[in-house]
Structures are given as C-alpha cells and as structure tokens.
Design a protein around this ligand. Sequence first.
Ligand code: ADP
Ligand code: MG
Length: 240
Amino acid sequence: MIELVDVHKRFGSLEVIKGISASVAAGEVVCIIGPSGSGKSTILRCINGLESYEAGTITVEGVKVDRDAPSITAVRTQVSMVFQRFNLFPHRTALENVVEGPIYVKREARDAAMEHGRQLLERVGLANKAGSYPHELSGGQQQRVAIARALAMRPKAILFDEPTSALDPELVGEVLAVMRLLAEDGMTMVVVTHEISFAREVADRVLFLDHGVIVEEGKAAEVLSAPKHARTQDFLRRVL
Ligand code: ADP
Ligand code: MG
C-alpha cells in the first residue's frame, strides 16, 4: 500500500533522510523506533505529503506522493495522521473536530458525517463526550478524539507520530488500547513510538532508524528481543 524507494530529504545543507526504502502492506502494522533526531517524524511527513523530498519515490497505492501535485489532497485524505500534540481545534467540540474534515474537505453531507462521527467517538470510548471542548478533556481523551478524527476521513492507512509521548503516564494505556483495536480490525498503521511493549505486541514489523537510515528491520520479536546491530542494542538498552 505504501512504498518508499531510496528516499532522500534535506533541510538546507543537512541531509536528514539518506536513502530510505521500505514498504507497508495493506493491514500491516509497522512501528518505527529510533533516537531523537533520526528522521522519524520527517519520514511520516513525507509519506503524507506534508514535506517534500528531493530524490527517490514514495507511492500510496501506486500514486506518487508529490507535495506540489494536485493529487496530494487525494493522498492526504487516504492517509491520515495522528500527532504527538493532538492539534484539536480549541473552540470546537469533540464531535465538531471529528466531522470537520469529512464536511469541509470531503464534502460529505452534514447529517451523515455527524452520524459517522458519533459512531467513531463511541468506538474510541467517548460517546458521552461529543459535546465537550478540548480543554474539558484529558490528554488521553483528546488524543482519542484525534484518532476518531483521523478515522473520519475513512483512510486507507493512519500514520501515528509518537501518539502517547505528550501524555501523563496513567493516560498512555487508554490510547494504546484504542490503537490495538484498530490494528485488530485490520487498519494499516505506521507508528512512531517509544512504547516498546506496544510494538512487541502489536507490530508486524519494526524499523530501527538512526541518522536518516534504516539500520535494522524485521519481525517485531526479532528486532526488539534479539537486535543484531550494536546501535539497535544500545538504543533499546536506553529506552527499556
Ligand atoms: P525525529 O522525529 O526522529 O526526532 P525529525 O524527523 O523530527 O526526527 O528530525 C530529523 C532531523 O531533521 C533533525 O536533525 C531535525 O533537527 C531536522 N529537522 C526537522 N524538521 C526540520 C525543519 N523544518 N527545518 C530544519 N531542520 C529540521
Ligand atoms: Mg519526531
């Protein structure tokens, strides 16, 4: 579904993605781990067309991701993104946040979008919070609204960029539980995370990124329990 071939990306003179090739099949859950500054967010942003890249190709279901092409809106509606900071509109209720994209970007009928939005809030355990504003919700609840908002676009895949890193420890579990349900339902997911136990349980594959290259990749159990490369071993020793 998602394919990267020898992707390079630089910010000015700094090359931050140095030839990444990877693919994600439909229904697969791929976790990306790696140190801060290794390029994890940048690669997600390139897949979603939020950043341009200089060389190589990224395709989603065979369509090239090109930030400046008219087709980029189509790619963005097919691949939703969930951010570390939930990025909800502060003056809109939970339900209004969820239906914004379907109504204004996808031009869905308002009633149908609201009905779907309520179902999605129920799915993330927030049926009773539809009318609440972000400041009335905990961080974990806001992130679950953000996941419902991502789902509202009926995406083919969802990219998660450290979705639990900004949360108090006691709120991490409720967000991971929702993500686990999505994975079980067959959603295609790329998840940047430091939650190694989540990756071990839920990911089909793990990529370890360092300094803009994939140092190691493989089945979650193999990479996380028996890493081959010294850099992976060192990283895991520090986060576990
Ligand atoms: P990670 O998510 O793994 O922590 P990032 O993808 O955010 O890493 O960043 C990779 C590198 O690119 C870092 O050196 C970071 O400072 C740099 N970088 C990220 N975004 C920008 C930007 N908009 N302008 C300049 N440099 C950036
Ligand atoms: Mg990041």
